[in-house]
Design a protein around this ligand. Structure first.
Ligand code: NAD
Ligand code: DAU
Length: 334
C-alpha cells in the first residue's frame, strides 16, 4: 500500500481528488489533513468515510506537531490546503500569509526531515499575474497582483528552494479556474448558479470583460494524478481546460442553462486590481499524455446540473453565519 497525505481534502478540489484517487487506486491509503475552515466541509467526503483506506485528521498545516507524524507515514504529499478566495484576500490577507506561506513551509520542512517520494504543490495560474494576449508557458516570471496570488507565488518559491537546497523531490501544478461539484458558493460559478435558482441578482464585477479559463474539476484530478506519478521532479506544469470565456459569456451561459432572464445581471463595482485575462499554455503537461475531457459547454452544464440536483448541500452553506456575513461585507456596498 502507498500512503498519500492530502491536505485541504475537505475543500472543493481536494474532496474531488480524494474521491478520485480512492476510486482509481485500490492500493492507496489516503490521510486527509484539514483544518475545517469556513471552506472545509465534511459533507463533501461523506461517501468515503466508511472506506478503511481513508483517514481524516482535523488539524492545521502550520502546526508542525500535527504535520510531523503524518508526513512520516506518507509516501506522497499533495498540498491543496490554502485560503483561496481573492475577494477575501483583498478584505484581509493575514490568514493567506499564514496558511499559504507558513503552512507550506511547515509541510516542506517536515518532508525534508522525514523524506517523501514526491511532494506536489497545487498552485494557480494567478501567480503569473495578468496577460493581455498570448498564453503563459511555465517559463514566465511570477508576477502576482493580489494578496492571494502573492501568497501562492511565495509558497512556490519555498517549494523551489527546498527542491534546490535540500533536493526534496517536488512538483508544482498551476491550474486555471476549476468548476464542478462541491465548490464553496462564494466563487463565481456556484454563486451565480445558486443566486439564479433563487432569482437573486448575479453581481458582475466591472464591465464583465475579464477572461478566465474553465477547467472541469475531474480534469484537474487526472492532471494531478499524472504529474504526481510521471512529472519531472523540480518542474512546474500548467493545467488549463482550453475553455476561455469572458465574465459576460459566463453569466449568460448560466442564465441560459437555467432558463432565467438576463434582467438578473447586476453590474457592480469592480474588484480592486482585477486581473484582466488569464491564459495557459498546457503543452508541457499534454506531452505527458494529458488532455482535458470536458469542453466549456459540457463543464458548465455538468456544474449547473450538480447544483440544481444538490440544493441541500449549498443551501446549508448559504444560510450559515459565515456566508451571510461575508456576503454582506463583500457585496453590501458595491
Ligand atoms: P477551498 O477553499 O475549497 O478549500 C480549501 C481547503 O483547505 C478547505 O477544506 C480548508 O478547510 C482547508 N484549509 C485551509 N487552511 C488550512 C490549514 N491551515 N490547514 C489545513 N487545512 C486548511 O479550495 P479549492 O478551491 O479546493 O483550492 C484547493 C487548492 O487549489 C488551493 O491551494 C488553491 O490555491 C488551488 N487552486 C484552486 C483553484 C480553483 O479554481 N478553485 C484554481 C487554482 C488553484
Ligand atoms: O485562476 C485560478 C483561481 O481561480 C484560483 O487560484 C482561486 O483560488 C479561485 O478562487 C479562482 O480565482 P478567481 O478570482 O478567478 O475566481 P472567482 O470565482 O472569485 O472570480 C472569477 C471571475 O469572476 C473574476 O473575473 C471575478 C468575477 N466575479 C467574481 C465574483 C465572486 C464577478 O464578476 N462577480 C463575483 O461575484
Amino acid at each position: 500500500m502507498k500512503t498519500l497525505l492530502v491536505t485541504g481534502g475537505c475543500g472543493f478540489i481536494g474532496s474531488n481528488f480524494v474521491q478520485y484517487m480512492l476510486d482509481k487506486y485500490s492500493d492507496y491509503r489516503i490521510i486527509n489533513l484539514d483544518k475545517l475552515t469556513y471552506a472545509g466541509n465534511l459533507a463533501n467526503l461523506m461517501a468515503v468515510e466508511v472506506d478503511a483506506r481513508y483517514r481524516f485528521v482535523e488539524g492545521d498545516i502550520c502546526d508542525a506537531q500535527v504535520v510531523e507524524p503524518l508526513v512520516q507515514e506518507a509516501d506522497y504529499v499533495v498540498n491543496f490546503a490554502a485560503e483561496t478566495h481573492v475577494d477575501r484576500s483583498i478584505m484581509g490577507g493575514a490568514e493567506f500569509v499564514q496558511t499559504n506561506i507558513n503552512g507550506t513551509y511547515t509541510l516542506l520542512d517536515c518532508a525534508r526531515e522525514y523524506g517523501v517520494e514526491r511532494f506536489l504543490q497545487v498552485s494557480t495560474d494567478e501567480v503569473y499575474g495578468s496577460i493581455d494576449e498570448g498564453e503563459w508557458t511555465e517559463e514566465w516570471p511570477l508576477e502576482p497582483r493580489s494578496p492571494y496570488s502573492a501568497s501562492k507565488a511565495s509558497a512556490e518559491l519555498l517549494v523551489r528552494a527546498f527542491q534546490i537546497t535540500h533536493e526534496l523531490p517536488t512538483l508544482i501544478t498551476r491550474c486555471s479556474n476549476n468548476i464542478g461539484p462541491y465548490q464553496y458558493p462564494e466563487k463565481r460559478v456556484p454563486l451565480f448558479v445558486t443566486n439564479a435558482i433563487d432569482d437573486l441578482p448575479l453581481p458582475v464585477y466591472g464591465d464583465g470583460s475579464q477572461v478566465r479559463d474553465h477547467l472541469y474539476v475531474e480534469d484537474h484530478c487526472t492532471a494531478i494524478d499524472l504529474v504526481l506519478h510521471t512529472g519531472l521532479v523540480g518542474e512546474a506544469y500548467n493545467v488549463g481546460g482550453d475553455n476561455d470565456a469572458t465574465g459576460i459569456e459566463v453569466v449568460k451561459t448560466i442564465l441560459d442553462m437555467l432558463g432565467k432572464p438576463e434582467s438578473l445581471i447586476q453590474y457592480v463595482t469592480d474588484r480592486k486590481g482585477h486581473d484582466l485575462r488569464y491564459a495557459l499554455d498546457s503543452s508541457k503537461l499534454k506531452a505527458l499524455g494529458w488532455k482535458p475531457q470536458s469542453d466549456y459547454e459540457e463543464a458548465m452544464q455538468r456544474t449547473v446540473d450538480w447544483y440544481v440536483q444538490n440544493e441541500p448541500w449549498w443551501r446549508s452553506i448559504k444560510s450559515g453565519e459565515d456566508f451571510r456575513t461575508y456576503y454582506a461585507r463583500n457585496y453590501g456596498k458595491r
